[in-house]
Design a protein. Structure first.
Length: 419
């Protein structure tokens, strides 16, 4: 297991987390040596760990430690029992998208309410192993709440940079409650990533944005767990929202590694969905370009993917090439329509999480995804992450006190007559 620059190929030890990137400016990634791995023995081991209720192997990330970070000392693992999220066969979602079958992977069931926990447990654990005492991130909300939670568990100082006025109240509340130092930075998320990449190491801050290669390793676990839940046979497509693009990078890496080991016999295609007002990656892919042009003023109601310069775009582009993947962009109206479907089946999600189902519908309408195909849609964040998005559902009846007699009369009027 080693760190490798995806641009120049320079190799260094995983025991040296600083600097987070390579001196050439490229991103690093963890490279495993899975030669000799026995798929059947790994499956039996992962099955056996399902009985654990406490300790690191009760985690839906560390259950798959041999694929995530096999050399990390268990004593350094910082966990909240993350992962273990539901996978729901959802007929209404399939009918909305116009495909044969849809599974929803509800990552909002994580301890802090988003998929970020899968990656953050791995990143923070590696930081603890390296002796780091302070962690930091730039965030649109989910990263900050997740990092603050793990920092509190590990007793670390946590510094968070957020866009001024651009973070949903639920996410900020979590970040404050866990004791993080929160700073609103001019220039928003993209400026925060640049600042931390440049100065984080000199300030003694262990950066836990998606540039952290160990976070990508942890995030792989969401697709490994989904494959495990489905008996190691995945649908035709994996569809997920695209913001910073760490998920696309992680899911693709996990799929390709599982195929190389023999845990799965084929790799699904990946579809990355961005919001129309924040879709620089989709524009690049659609134009056939190989250089991302940042969106200087990203706009979308789906605040978690309101990112104009996604730091992991190079990794995500490689994943699309390797999985024959596609991208698309959807409007806020399409996102909210998909969200209503997910909410009304009792699963629920924040707006950004619904972008995947909205994109699946668009790709099916455009004939990119066949009507007889199947898909796994990753729901990235919990319904209550963005409570303001739900306020339009509040009715006058919920705001105006109703006398008991009037309420009883109205309810009786709507009660069907018994046979």
């Amino acid at each position: 297991m080693e760190l490798v620059c995806i641009e120049c190929g320079k190799v260094r030890s995983v025991e040296r987390p600083f600097p987070m990137g390579c001196e050439c400016g490229g991103l690093t990634e963890v490279r495993h040596d899975f030669r000799g791995a026995d798929a059947e023995k790994l499956k039996a081991l992962f099955d056996a760990r399902l009985m654990f209720r406490t300790g690191p192997y009760a985690s839906g990330v560390w259950r798959y430690k041999e694929l995530i970070d096999p050399v990390l000392d268990e004593a350094h693992i910082v966990t909240r029992g993350e992962g273990n999220t539901g996978l729901y066969d959802c007929g209404p979602a399939a009918r909305h998208a116009g495909v044969r079958r849809v599974w929803l992977k509800a990552q909002g069931e994580n301890p802090s309410g988003s998929f970020k926990d899968n990656g953050m447990t791995a990143a923070v654990s590696r930081g603890v192993a390296a002796g780091c005492r302070a962690v930091a991130c730039a965030s649109t909300g989910n990263t900050s709440s997740s990092l603050a939670m793990y920092a509190a568990r590990a007793g670390l100082r946590c510094v968070v940079l957020v866009p001024p006025g651009g973070v949903a109240s639920g996410k900020l509340a979590q970040t404050y409650a866990y004791g993080a130092e929160v700073y609103a930075l001019e220039g928003g998320y993209d400026a925060g990533v640049r600042l931390l990449n440049r100065y984080g190491a000199s300030l003694g801050l262990y950066v836990c944005n998606s540039v952290n290669p160990f976070r990508i390793e942890g995030q792989k676990s969401m697709i490994i767990e989904a494959a495990h839940q489905l008996g190691w046979s995945l649908p035709d497509w994996v569809v997920l929202p695209g913001g910073a693009l760490s998920n696309a990078s992680a899911v693709g890496k996990g799929l390709l590694e599982m195929k190389a080991i023999g845990l799965i016999d084929r790799v699904p295609r990946i579809a990355v969905v961005q919001a129309e007002g924040a879709s620089p990656f989709h524009r690049m892919i659609a134009s056939g370009g190989d250089t991302l042009v940042p969106e200087p003023a990203p706009r979308t109601a789906a605040s978690a993917i309101r990112i104009g310069n996604p730091p992991s775009w190079r990794k995500a582009a490689r994943v699309l090439r390797e999985t024959n993947g596609v991208t698309c962009a959807v409007s806020d109206d399409e996102i909210m329509a998909a969200k209503r479907v997910i909410d009304r089946v009792g699963i629920g999600c924040e707006p950004a999480a619904a972008a995947g189902l909205a994109g699946l519908r668009k790709l099916a309408e455009d004939g990119v995804i066949g009507r007889d195909e199947t898909a796994l849609v990753v729901l990235t964040g919990h319904l209550l992450k963005d409570p303001d998005a739900i306020r339009p559902l509040e009715t006058e009846d919920a705001r105006r006190p109703i006398p008991p007699e009037e309420l009883l009369a109205r309810l009786a009027a709507r009660t069907p007559a018994r046979a």
